[in-house]
Every structure is written in structure tokens, then in C-alpha cells.
Design a binder for this molecule. Structure first.
Ligand code: NAP
Length: 479
């Protein structure tokens, strides 16, 4: 078993590590061995965390933005100093290659650094009043206690991205991470103590009864804002639950990203970018390329080069050197992807490479399917696995229609050089984020988020703080 001072195994509430009579196992998806036994928190613990966050709110929100920034920067520094250890814990519980895990730690930390600074730049307004004896002033204030539920695919960054903005705005925070990957969240809590984040400001409740804990986090009257990253199906349930107390809500949900390659594209650049965007985290990323659309005149060249690049990807343990694709999160995730591939082949898709399990039941080979149409299961669903379906198209209009033909609207990518086409396509794509000759689109300075059934709200950028602040209008009379 891996030993580390950052490997914690109980929930963290009001600055204390809280044990429980029950526990659950955290499993390494590479070899199905137990990484840690973790105390199983319940709905009462979630409520304790909410009360702790409520009690801590007054003092934390009263601090100056500068003082909060100093503490958040310390947190950022500690995370980066412990990057290797945090990445190892992340790979052990989640499976992704260590280089990607290190990248995730740095990416998550970058939001803490960014929002530490951005918190100092919260501005209000003065507005011309309709009569001369009045003044109109607009101020922004922290929304209050924030509750979050996060997924297993980015167990560090999906928490850091939310907590950074919430804490910088002056809110206090309770997160319930995914049951499959609680250790990265608890390691962040340990470093929050070392950074001097006061008790009750950052709380982590880990447990298997997500439904009951989710009920508390979406309905408790002391919670002002609920933020979720996860599947659209669960997001809809939680949105409904939040309605009972009319919470401010933001949702980062599923995606079905098209990656369009037009005939004027730099094909080699498009191939390289499509491989990275598709196979990062074994295809288990919300902004992963889900469908590759290629113009018919360059289909053969693109496909040949793409298949060759995919065949060079090496599967294995995330802790080994030079591994490009790690295991999928569970055996059942692999089974789901296998079924999408088989059903699509039955519907007429052609298997060009991959298509089978390898190295045990949690691995699925990097797979390419050709002759795919947008109604086949592999294109109509969020695949969440290492499978690249290729769809051919003839005209720009056809590509746009196929790309937009999904209930999701998170990320889209396209490769083209004609400047008129670049503008036309960028404006026509119904997605919150569009990568143009680029698929590495996410960073702390940019607004991350989706439209349609991919959610609402934005994480990162100058817009990210708004999700954690209320606008208050002061009408001053008798002047
Ligand atoms: P999920 O099944 O929706 O689970 C996400 C979180 O919700 C987990 O913590 C889960 O807890 C919890 N949960 C599940 N059912 C619940 C319920 N009834 N009440 C309260 N909480 C509940 O999603 P996932 O499989 O972990 O993550 C993959 C999905 O996340 C994909 O659709 C992906 O696209 C999306 N995602 C979106 C973004 C984005 O920024 N838009 C980023 C990353 C991932 P348990 O772990 O205990 O089940």
C-alpha cells in the first residue's frame, strides 16, 4: 500500500478529521487492489459540514480580498510543492498516466492562484439616478455557503476550480467528491490546513450514500449556492432538488464534442490534436473529442495518418513511463464502451483498429471506427472511453448541422485556414467553448462551461467569480 502524509482516510469537517464506524475501499483501477480504506460519512456528517461552513462564513467573508488572497496563494504554493505526491495519489485512485495527473494538479492549482488575484478585482458600479436627490450604487457580495458535488474523472481539478472561486469571493465551501476518488479531495484538505485556511471554510465529506448526502447539499436552507460537475442525468435530478429552496446553481455537465477537419486544414496538426483530445484520460473527459467529422476530399489522408498515430499509443499502468492510455475507471465503464462499439458495428460502422479489451478487464484498446453516422450509438452518446468515430461530410453546412445535432453544448473543435470559414463556423457552432486549430482550450484565464444540456455557469476567468457573488443595489435618497 502507498504511504504518504497526504493520504488521508476520513472526512474533513470544521478543521477536524472525522472517523466513522463504517468504511469503504478505494480501488486502483489498474490492478483492482485496495489503495485505502476510507471512513464512510453519511447525511448527518454532510449536515455538520454545512453548519461548520455557516459558522465560518462571517469571519471569512469579512476578511479583505487581500488577506484571503495571501492564504489562497499559500495553498497554491503547497499544492505545487507537493505536485508529485498529489499526482501519485491521483493516478492510484483514478488510473490516468502520471504525466496527466501532474498536469491536472498544476491545472487545478492554477485556478487557486488565478482567483486569489481575481478576488481583489471585484468591482461594483455607480449608475445615473433618475432624480437629482438620489444615487444608485451596485455592490457585489459573497453568496454565502457553497455546496459542491464533483466527479471521478478529474478528482483534484474539479474541486479546485470551484473552491478557488468560492473562497476568493468570500464564500465557505462543502464538497462531496466522487466515491471512487475521495483521496485527492482529502489531500487538498490536508494542504488547506497547512495553508492556514480557517476551520469550517473548506470541508470535504466522503461517503457512499451520495443520494442522502446530495439531498442535504441541495436542500439545506443554510446553503446559498450549489455547484455540480458530473453527468447531465444526475445534474437534472440535483437541479430539481435545488428548486425547493431556490438556490443559485451552476452545472458543469456532459459533452459530445465534435472535432471537424475541413479540406483547408493543416492535416498533420489536426491529426496530432485529435489524438490528444480524444485519448487523454482514456477518453473519460467531458471536453474529449467524441465525434471526428472529416471532409470527404481529405478523408483518406486524415484517416490513414490518424489510425497510424492511434496505433502508436501505449496502454498500461499510469505509474509506468511512456504510457499514453491508462485503465478505464471500472470494469463496467469498459463494458459500456464495448457495447457502444459492437452496436455501432452492427449498425454499419467499420472497425479500423482496436475494439477489444487488453491487459485485463479495465482496459479498452484505443479504437477507431469509420463509416459512422451521427445516429449510431457511438456518436449519439457521450462515449467516455478511448474510441474515435469518424464521420464523413461534404459541405460546410452539413458539418455544422451534424456537429450541432446533439443535446449537448460543451466544447467543439475545428481545423480550417480560410478566415471566412473560421468565422462562419465559430459563430454557427452551438457550444460554450470552441477550439479553432486548437484542442487544449482549458485554462484559468478562460471561461469554462457549456450551453444546452451541458449546463450553465462558468468556471475560471473574470466571469467565474460571478457564480459565487450576489449583486446588491443600493438606492440612496435624501441627498
Ligand atoms: P455522475 O455519475 O453524475 O457523478 C458525479 C457526482 O455525483 C459523484 O460525486 C456522484 O457520487 C454524485 N451522485 C451520483 N448520483 C447522485 C445522486 N442521486 N445524488 C447526489 N449525488 C449523486 O458523473 P461521473 O460518472 O462521476 O462523471 C462523469 C460525467 O461528468 C460525464 O458526463 C462528464 O462529461 C461529466 N463532467 C463534466 C465536466 C464539465 O466541466 N462539464 C467535467 C468533468 C466531468 P458517487 O461517486 O457516489 O456516485
Amino acid at each position: 500500500m502507498y504511504h504518504s502524509a497526504l493520504l488521508k482516510n476520513t472526512s474533513f469537517i470544521n478543521g477536524k478529521w472525522i472517523s466513522s464506524s463504517n468504511s469503504f475501499d478505494v480501488i486502483n483501477p489498474f490492478n483492482n487492489q485496495i489503495v485505502a480504506k476510507v471512513a464512510d460519512a453519511n447525511a448527518n456528517n454532510a449536515e455538520q459540514a454545512v453548519i461548520a461552513a455557516k459558522n465560518a462564513l462571517k469571519t471569512w467573508s469579512a476578511k479583505s480580498a487581500h488577506d484571503r488572497a495571501m492564504i489562497l496563494k499559500k495553498w497554491f504554493t503547497l499544492i505545487m510543492e507537493n505536485q508529485d505526491e498529489l499526482a501519485t495519489i491521483l493516478t492510484l485512485e483514478q488510473g490516468k498516466p502520471l504525466a496527466e495527473a501532474k498536469g491536472e494538479i498544476a491545472y487545478g492549482a492554477s485556478f487557486i492562484e488565478w482567483f486569489a488575484e481575481e478576488g481583489k478585482r471585484v468591482y461594483g458600479d455607480t449608475i445615473q439616478a433618475p432624480s437629482s436627490d438620489k444615487r444608485i450604487v451596485v455592490i457585489k457580495q459573497p453568496v454565502g455557503v457553497v455546496a459542491a458535488i464533483t466527479p471521478w474523472n478529474f478528482p483534484n481539478a474539479m474541486i479546485a476550480r470551484k473552491a478557488a472561486a468560492a473562497l476568493a469571493a468570500g464564500c465557505t465551501f462543502v464538497v462531496k467528491p466522487a466515491t471512487l476518488t475521495p483521496l485527492s479531495a482529502l489531500a487538498l484538505a490536508e494542504l488547506s490546513v497547512q495553508a492556514g485556511i480557517p476551520a469550517g471554510v473548506f470541508n470535504v465529506v466522503v461517503g457512499t450514500d451520495s443520494q442522502q448526502m446530495g439531498e442535504v447539499l441541495t436542500t439545506h436552507k443554510s446553503i446559498a449556492k450549489f455547484t455540480f460537475t458530473g453527468s447531465t442525468a444526475i445534474g437534472k435530478i440535483l437541479l430539481n432538488q435545488c428548486a425547493s429552496t431556490v438556490k443559485k446553481v451552476s452545472m458543469e455537465l456532459g459533452g459530445n464534442a465534435p472535432f471537424i477537419v475541413f479540406d483547408d486544414a493543416d492535416i498533420d496538426a489536426a491529426v496530432k490534436s485529435a489524438v490528444t483530445s480524444k485519448f487523454r484520460n482514456a477518453g473519460q473527459t467531458c471536453v474529449c473529442t467524441n465525434r471526428i467529422l472529416v471532409q470527404s476530399s481529405i478523408l483518406e489522408e486524415f484517416t490513414t495518418k490518424f489510425v497510424s498515430a492511434v496505433q502508436s499509443l501505449k496502454l498500461g499502468s499510469g505509474l509506468e513511463e511512456n504510457i499514453s492510455v491508462g485503465p478505464m475507471i471500472t470494469k463496467s465503464a469498459t463494458t459500456d464502451v464495448k457495447k457502444l462499439v459492437i452496436d455501432s458495428i452492427t449498425a454499419g460502422a467499420e472497425l479500423l483498429t482496436g475494439g477489444d479489451s487488453e491487459l485485463g478487464s479495465n482496459f479498452y484498446q484505443a479504437t477507431v471506427l469509420a463509416n459512422v453516422t451521427n445516429d449510431m450509438p457511438i456518436a449519439a452518446n457521450e462515449v467516455f472511453g478511448p474510441v474515435a468515430p469518424i464521420i464523413a461530410f461534404n459541405t460546410e453546412q452539413e458539418a455544422i448541422e451534424v456537429a450541432n445535432d446533439t443535446e449537448y453544448g460543451l466544447a467543439a473543435y475545428f481545423y480550417a485556414r480560410d478566415i471566412g470559414r473560421v468565422w462562419r463556423v465559430a459563430e454557427a457552432l452551438e457550444f460554450g467553448m470552441v477550439g479553432i486549430n486548437d484542442s487544449a482550450i482549458s485554462n484559468a484565464a478562460a471561461p469554462f462551461g457549456g450551453i444546452k444540456q451541458s449546463g450553465n455557469g462558468r468556471e475560471g476567468s473574470k466571469y467565474g467569480l460571478d457564480d459565487y457573488m450576489e449583486i446588491k443595489y443600493l438606492s440612496m435618497g435624501g441627498i
